[in-house]
Each structure stands twice: as structure tokens, then as C-alpha cells.
Write a protein that binds this ligand. Structure first.
Ligand SMILES: [Zn+2]
Ligand SMILES: [Zn+2]
Length: 908
């Protein structure tokens, strides 16, 4: 009597299971890694998501990659540490809380005042800031949560002040009045790369400026932003320009305001461009700023911080910048001073990366980091490949950014962030250039170090959020303290991130790491692709085309989401995603579950089979050899960050080799009378499943953990299982630890090929053969031959297997067999397989049927091909229609080839 033990439910239900497995692992301390560790170490610091954030697909991809790497290295025996945390995200978070304050209480942040408003944000953070962490847990991330950091926590704030102070003392931080990018919506300065250039509809207006004391003489300039004319302080022309040479040194009159503008010569005026004359507005255009420097022109700022025009704008003051533009154009037209107007086809303007408002070049006093000397070693580190980008091509993005050597504007006029550790003294006299006396201090000072006066006040501005993010790899390890973490885990192994923050963040981390740790922050920078929607558009909230990872986890399970993302994302390539793509992971999870359940149920009945000798049969040696090969590939792919290839290797082995072949082959041994054979099959199944679950564990930690628990229970202390309390702490073996047998492997591979070919013939004529024989009946006969005599011998040894798996009554394997009449033939390399079909199918009728089908298909195909060549159709039809048409044609072409092949088989 066989004891049927119900070891697992028939269907895998991730919902019930995941939380239990995750919580148990966390409670058991499997995610924590000690400060000091012996032996191999592996470390990643998480790209901290914004504390306001909700997990999106980009995060999911980014974090699953890191989790796979962390779990993999843990299971390879390294002390493997993943430091998590969140970013305070200055502007973004302030915007969220400001909006909420307005919606709920109708108040602005000014109504509350700085202290109360910042207090409000902290409260918001306590309440909502943990959401993304919880979501990362749902995804299965094995972060060391005991080390969770926040860019505004006390330790990190100390690191920020320390870095600021050291740079300041070395003269690398300065305050200067410069033209910076200003967001009138956020009312703050932005760094040069926080303003994203985007194309919008634009126009050129040609405006006539009268020349003073010359009747009816005008000088015409073109502009895309007419309102900035109110800040003009000169007109520039080129001295080589015949049209204007005589006007140099004369004076033009600014329309509307009547300001006198010198007409100067400057190279910036290009005779080939526009009218050849340019208005110079030093306070509102970076090029003009330079011209102004060369000619000592006054800078007239016409904007208030909120984007309205200030008192310098005369009658237009108080108007919003875009409203002012309309009014100015109208007034100019009334005075007949508009000479022309035309569309600007390539009008690109900078937009705030946080709120998408159009950014203005704006003259203001800001704090800057002098970057040139700091960037040199960071450039060198990547050029010499001490820091290596994967894929390699992204090194160029990094170099483009760093080699521009632009000073970093670090002050932000917001309240949420690290307040700049600079104090001004009101008792000390100002410097020669009129600026107040300032000093830096890491701790809050009580008095002025110069005059000992107590009339000191801290700088109002806060630091750019990226200033603290730049220190992340070492500030999270308790720098400036000399901590064991730093000693043991810095530099980290890899940074996993997206390409859009290579400059913002990756480069600045390298700069700061090299400067303050004297060592790069990471060996590798792995840049993964961007997740797009089905049509190839970027997913965004405003478009509403995002896919919520948590919804997908609820629907398909975390393992399915993880595995799908890993298998679909090829190194560095963008990934088009639709919710249905997660079925791929779900189907694989189910396949694994069913196979494992089958094995476990059989193992549960091993107690019925007396412990016996283990004698491997050819298929046992074959599956272990195939496993060893898979393990070798797996290690190699992961080492080279081809994570999808590793996932693919596992999927193929599991689905094809293990489930569809090995388990099918050994089924009969489970049911058979030979105890040794049965026992051996149990052992091999258990062994392969054990290794397979280990290999899969980094990719799909939940289902594998559950299956492994059962396996462990049933394997009573099998080697390598007893000593590990859980799968995630078990070891992934080397390929050479798994028994191999090259000869047995090759022999079964060939046998499988023969079986496949016979099955393919049956597939081709399945309808007719089934009608004649019945669907489950075996074929009467098959013949196989090979050009290689040794192969024939090997195949003969596996004749029984061929009969069993290909479902054939009689198999003849001999040298020199030629194709019998009325048979189907299949060839693969030196192998030929023939299946006599006489009596099984009516050749004449079949030929007719196929020919009819061929003619019909040919006509249809011709019509569609013509359509796809039709220009009219191609220009007018929607892209998705064209795509569908192309897909249809490809399908039909395949079908056509199949018919032709069948016809050839039975002889036309
Ligand atoms: Zn903004
Ligand atoms: Zn003082």
C-alpha cells in the first residue's frame, strides 16, 4: 500500500505565504549582517528612494536586481550587506506637504512659518515616509533594515556639515552672484542639470529699437522672450557687419521704457544669425551675462522670485512673466515697433525637473562648489576603469557630465533640507566687496569667531538634496566616525541605478568618495534599462500609463513579478511592459510548484521503499550533468551582470530538462518494481530539486523557501541541508561539486533529439493519425540512422527510452537506412529519422487538402503584402494597425512554410 501524503496544496497561493516567509526570515535575522565580518564581503547601498515615493516599476526593477545580487552573494558565503534608506528629497517633499497644507487648511508655508512648517514635514514623514519601505518588503528585498538611514537623520546631517566645513575651509565652497536656473514655481535655485531642456512651441519676434537722434533709423533685434527686453542694457553688433558698422558707439533707445542703450561691438553678434544685431540682457541670459562682463554693462534684474515682474519693469511690474509678454507685444504693435513674427521650430527651454515649470535664468547670490579640481580624480577613476560602468557605453555619459566641469550651485531657497552651516555676523564690518562677514561651523556657534559678538544668524538656504545623496556610500556607514562598517564594506561592490542620474548622483558620489574616503565608492556601476509601457512610452503618473508593482504582486505573487522583470530585462535595454507580461513569471512559478509537489509527494512515500543502494541510470547521470552545466552558466552570467541570461538558463533547465524530460522519464521508475531504480530516482530527484531551489532562491525567494522547507523535512538530513535552517542561508554550490558524466550526457541528448523528431512527425499529421489510431495510441514504427557509427551504438542502448518517450511500438536503429516510401523524414545534424505513414494517412487526400490551403493562403498573403507596400496605407494608418498587419503577415508566412514542408514530406 502506498501512503499518499498530502505534502503541499495543489495550487500555489502566494498571498498567504509571502508575508509569513518574509517576517520569519526577518525575525530570524537573516537580513542582518554584522559590522565586522570575516572572509568574503559583499555590499550594496540602495539608491535611496524619495521619502514621498510610492514604489513604481522602475524601483521594482532596480531593487530586484540588487536583491538578486545580495541574496546570491549571501548564498555564496559572503557577508552580504544591503544598506537601505530614504532620501528627504528637498523640493519634492516640500511641494507635497505645501500642497496638502493648502488643500486641507488653505494655508501657505509662509502662514505657518519656517519652524512650524518643517515640523509639519517631519510629522508627514513619520506618517507616510515608511510606505516605500513596506513596499520593498512586499517585493522581498533582503535589506538590513536595522541599518535603515534617512538623509536628514542625525548621523547623516553630521556628515553633511563635516563635508561642507572641510570643503569651505579649503576654499572650494564660495558664495557668488551668478546667473543660475530659477524655478518661479518652487522659488528656488536649481543646479544646471536640474533644468531639463524640452521642446515647446515658440516664436521669434523682430523688434525695432530706434537709434537716438537719427530720424527713422532703427536697429532690429530678434527675441523669443520679448519681456526680457525690459532688462536690456546694450545692443551688440559685429564690426565686420557692413549693415551696422557705422552705428557702433551710437545709442539706441529701449522701446516702452526709453532707457538708453549703447550700441557695442561684440563677437557674440553673428552677422549670419537673425538680423545680425542682438539685444543684451545680462541678468536674464547666460550668453548676455558674459557679454556684460566683457563690456562692464549694468545687470538689470526684472523678475521677482515668484516669476512676476519687479519694479525695474516700469509699467509692467507686478504682472506675471507670460502675461507681461502679451502686454509688451501689444504695446509694441501699437507703436508699430514689431517688424516681424515667425515660428521657432526648435524652441527648447529648460523646465524644472521637480514641477515642470519653465525655468528662468536668474541673477542671484548663491553658494557654489568649485568643481574643477574635485572632478579630476573622478574623471580619471572612470577613464582608468577603476570604476567600471556596465554596460560600458554609459561611461561616456559620465565623462560628458564630469568633463563639462561646471561649478555646482548647492543653495536652495526652501526650508526642507540641510540648512547651510554658514553664519553671518552683524557686528563685523562687511568685506571690501560689500558682502557680510560669514563663517562656517559644523556645530551651532554661540558667537562670532572674529569679534566674539553674538549678533550672528544662520544662512536661511538649505543644501541641494544631491549634496547629502553624494555622501550616501560612506555617510550610511557612520562616517566621519572611524567605524567597522567603513573598514569592512567600503568601497561597495556595485551601484545599481538608472541612466538619468549618472551626472546628478553617480558622478557626485565618485567625487565625494575620492575626496573624503580617498577611495572610490564602488567598483561597478550597473545601469539598467528604463521601464516603458507597451507602446514604448515612459510610464508616468500624469499619463496614467503606469503599472503598479504592488497590484501585480497581489495578482501574480512577488516571485512572479520578480522573475518576469529579471527574465525580460536584458542588460541596459529598455523594457516594454504590460500587465500580462507577468503571466510569464506566474506560469513558471506554477510549473516549479507542480514539479516540486510531484517530487515531494513521491519522496513522502520513500519510507515505503527500503533504503537501498544507489545505482545511477543514464538519465540520472544526464540530468546531473545538465544541472552542472546550468550552474556554471548561472555563475558566469551573474558575475557579468547578465542577470536575465542567468534567469533564462534556470527557466530552461527547470521547465525543459527537469520537468518535461527527466520527471517524465523517471515516472515509470517510481511506479516500477525495481527498488534500486526507484530509490535512485527518488534520490536524484531530491538532489536536483534541492540545488535548483538554491539557484532560484535569489530570484524567487518565497516559493523556493516554502518548497525547500518541505524538501528538507522529507530528506532527513541529506548532506548540505541539515546544517542550514533556511534556504536563504543555504549555500549555492560550484558547478564542479555536481557529478558530471560527459558520455551519458551526450547520449541522452542525442536520444532526446530522436524523440523530438519522431514527436514532430506525429505533430505534423496529428489529426489524421489520431483519427486512424486513436489519440493515445503509439505509432507502429520509427527508424533512425546516423552518419556517425558510434552514435548509432549509443542510440541502440537507449532504444527503450525512445519507445517510451516518443510513443512508438517498434524502433529500428541502423546504419545506412534510406528513406522508405510514404514516410515522413526529419533530419538534424548527422541524424535522420523516418516514420512510415502508409496506411495512417490518405496521401492523395492530404496532398489535395494541403494544396488547397496553400493556394488560399498564398492569395491572402499576397494581398496583405501589397497593402504593406502601399505608401498611402503606410502614411495614413495608425502605427498599431500597421504593426498588427505585419504580425499577421509573419504568422501567415510561418504557416505557409509549414504547409510547404508537409507537402515536401509526402512528395508533391
Ligand atoms: Zn519647480
Ligand atoms: Zn563678528
Amino acid at each position: 500500500m502506498t501512503r499518499q501524503r498530502e505534502v503541499l496544496p495543489p495550487r500555489y497561493e502566494p498571498g498567504k505565504f509571502e508575508k509569513e516567509v518574509y517576517d520569519a526570515s526577518e525575525r530570524a535575522g537573516y537580513f542582518t549582517t554584522p559590522d565586522a565580518a570575516e572572509g568574503d564581503r559583499y555590499c550594496i547601498v540602495i539608491p535611496p528612494p524619495n521619502v514621498t515615493g510610492a514604489l513604481h516599476m522602475g524601483h521594482a526593477l532596480n531593487n530586484v536586481i540588487q536583491d538578486v545580487l545580495i541574496r546570491y552573494h549571501k548564498m555564496r558565503g559572503a557577508a552580504s550587506l544591503w544598506i537601505p534608506g530614504t532620501d528627504h528629497a528637498g523640493i519634492a517633499t516640500q511641494n507635497v506637504v505645501e500642497r496638502e497644507l493648502m488643500e486641507t487648511e488653505g494655508k501657505t508655508r509662509e502662514d505657518l512659518g519656517r519652524e512650524a512648517f518643517v515640523e509639519r514635514i517631519w510629522k508627514w514623514k513619520e506618517k507616510h515616509g515608511g510606505r516605500i519601505i513596506e513596499q520593498l518588503k512586499r517585493l522581498g528585498c533582503a535589506c538590513d533594515w536595522t541599518r535603515t538611514r534617512f538623509t536628514l537623520d542625525e548621523g547623516l546631517s553630521r556628515a553633511v556639515r563635516e563635508v561642507f566645513l572641510r570643503l569651505y575651509e579649503r576654499g572650494l565652497i564660495y558664495r557668488g552672484e551668478k546667473l543660475i536656473n530659477w524655478c518661479p514655481r518652487c522659488e528656488t535655485a536649481l543646479a544646471h542639470d536640474e533644468a531639463k531642456h524640452r521642446k515647446i512651441p515658440g516664436k521669434f519676434w523682430d523688434i525695432k529699437y530706434p537709434v537716438k537722434d537719427e530720424e527713422d533709423t532703427f536697429i532690429v533685434v530678434s527675441t523669443t522672450r520679448p519681456e526680457t527686453m525690459l532688462g536690456d542694457t546694450a545692443i551688440a553688433v559685429n564690426e565686420n557687419d557692413e549693415r551696422y558698422r557705422h552705428l557702433i558707439g551710437k545709442t539706441a533707445v529701449l522701446p516702452l521704457l526709453g532707457r538708453e542703450l549703447p550700441i557695442i561691438h561684440d563677437e557674440h553678434a553673428d552677422p549670419e544669425k537673425g538680423t545680425g544685431a542682438v539685444k543684451i540682457t545680462p541678468a536674464h541670459d547666460p550668453d548676455d551675462f558674459e557679454v556684460g562682463e566683457r563690456h562692464n554693462l549694468p545687470r538689470i534684474n526684472i523678475l521677482s522670485p515668484d516669476g512676476t515682474l519687479n519694479e525695474n519693469a516700469g509699467p509692467y511690474s507686478g504682472l506675471d512673466r507670460f502675461h507681461a509678454r502679451e502686454r509688451i507685444l501689444k504695446d509694441l504693435e501699437t507703436q508699430e515697433l514689431v517688424a516681424g513674427e515667425r515660428d521657432h521650430e526648435d524652441y527648447e527651454v529648460p523646465h524644472c525637473y521637480r514641477c515642470q515649470s519653465i525655468v528662468e535664468p536668474y541673477l542671484s547670490k548663491q553658494w557654489f562648489v568649485k568643481m574643477a579640481s574635485l572632478l579630476e580624480p573622478a574623471i580619471e577613476a572612470v577613464k582608468s576603469r577603476q570604476v567600471r560602468f556596465i554596460p560600458e557605453r554609459y561611461a561616456q555619459n559620465y565623462l560628458n557630465w564630469t568633463e563639462a566641469r561646471i561649478d555646482w550651485c548647492i543653495s536652495r531657497q526652501i526650508w526642507w533640507g540641510h540648512r547651510i552651516p554658514i553664519w553671518y555676523c552683524d557686528d563685523c564690518p562687511p568685506d571690501e566687496d560689500g558682502s557680510e562677514y560669514a563663517f562656517a561651523s559644523a556645530d551651532a556657534p554661540k558667537s562670532c569667531p572674529k569679534c566674539s559678538g553674538t549678533n550672528i544668524r544662520q544662512e536661511e538656504d538649505v543644501l541641494d538634496t544631491w549634496f547629502s545623496s553624494a555622501l550616501w556610500p560612506f555617510s550610511t556607514m557612520n562616517w566621519p566616525e572611524e567605524h567597522d562598517l567603513l573598514k569592512n564594506y567600503y568601497p561597495t561592490n556595485v551601484l545599481v541605478t538608472a541612466r538619468d542620474i549618472i551626472g546628478f548622483w553617480v558622478a557626485r558620489m565618485v567625487v565625494m568618495g575620492l575626496e573624503f574616503m580617498k577611495e572610490k565608492p564602488f567598483d561597478h556601476v550597473y545601469i539598467h534599462g528604463t521601464i516603458l509601457d507597451e507602446k514604448g512610452d515612459i510610464m508616468s503618473k500624469s499619463r496614467g500609463n503606469g503599472i503598479d508593482p504592488i497590484e501585480m504582486i497581489d495578482l501574480y505573487g512577488a516571485d512572479a513579478v520578480r522573475f518576469s522583470l529579471m527574465i525580460l530585462s536584458t542588460e541596459g535595454q529598455d523594457l516594454k511592459l504590460a500587465p500580462t507580461k507577468f503571466e510569464l513569471g506566474r506560469n513558471f512559478t506554477n510549473k516549479l510548484w507542480n514539479a516540486a509537489r510531484f517530487v515531494l509527494m513521491n519522496l513522502a512515500s520513500t519510507s515505503e521503499t527500503a533504503e537501498s543502494e544507489v545505482i545511477y541510470e543514464p538519465e540520472d547521470k544526464w540530468i546531473m550533468h545538465a544541472l552542472s552545466k546550468t550552474v556554471a552558466t548561472y555563475h558566469d552570467e551573474i558575475k557579468n551582470y547578465r542577470i536575465n541570461a542567468a534567469a533564462m538558463a534556470l527557466r530552461n533547465f527547470t521547465w525543459d530538462r527537469f520537468c518535461d524530460w527527466y520527471l517524465e522519464i523517471v515516472k515509470r521508475r517510481f511506479a516500477g518494481p525495481d527498488d534500486i531504480s526507484k530509490y535512485t530516482a527518488y534520490r536524484v530527484c531530491g538532489y536536483v530539486l534541492d540545488i535548483l531551489l538554491r539557484l532560484l532562491s535569489p530570484f524567487m525567494p518565497f516559493v523556493t523557501e516554502g518548497l525547500w522547507r518541505q524538501l528538507k523535512e522529507l530528506s532527513d538530513g541529506a548532506p548540505g541541508m541539515a546544517e542550514s535552517p533556511a534556504l536563504m542561508t543555504a549555500r549555492i554550490p560550484d558547478a564542479n561539486e555536481i557529478p558530471t558524466d560527459r558520455g551519458a550526457y551526450a547520449a541522452i541528448e542525442e536520444t532526446i533529439e530522436v524523440i523530438r523528431l519522431i514527436r514532430a512527425v506525429r505533430g505534423d499529421y496529428n489529426r489524421q493519425i489520431s483519427e486512424k489510431l486513436g489519440a493515445r495510441e503509439p505509432l507502429p514504427e520509427a527508424l533512425a540512422t546516423s552518419d556517425d557509427p558510434a552514435q548509432i551504438e549509443r542510440l541502440k542502448n537507449n532504444e527503450a527510452l525512445i519507445k517510451l518517450m516518443a510513443k512508438v511500438k517498434k524502433v529500428t536503429i541502423e546504419a545506412g537506412i534510406s528513406e522508405p516510401k510514404q514516410a515522413a523524414a526529419k533530419v538534424s545534424g548527422p541524424l535522420s529519422v523516418f516514420v512510415p505513414l502508409e496506411g495512417l494517412i490518405d496521401f492523395e487526400a492530404e496532398r489535395k487538402r494541403l494544396q488547397n490551403e496553400k493556394t488560399k493562403l498564398e492569395k491572402n498573403l499576397q494581398g496583405r503584402r501589397n497593402k504593406l507596400r502601399n505608401r498611402d496605407f503606410l502614411t495614413k494608418a495608425k502605427p498599431e494597425i500597421i504593426e498588427r498587419e505585419k504580425g499577421l503577415v509573419a504568422e501567415m508566412e510561418k504557416e505557409f512554410a509549414k504547409i510547404e514542408k508537409s507537402l515536401a514530406n509526402i512528395g508533391e
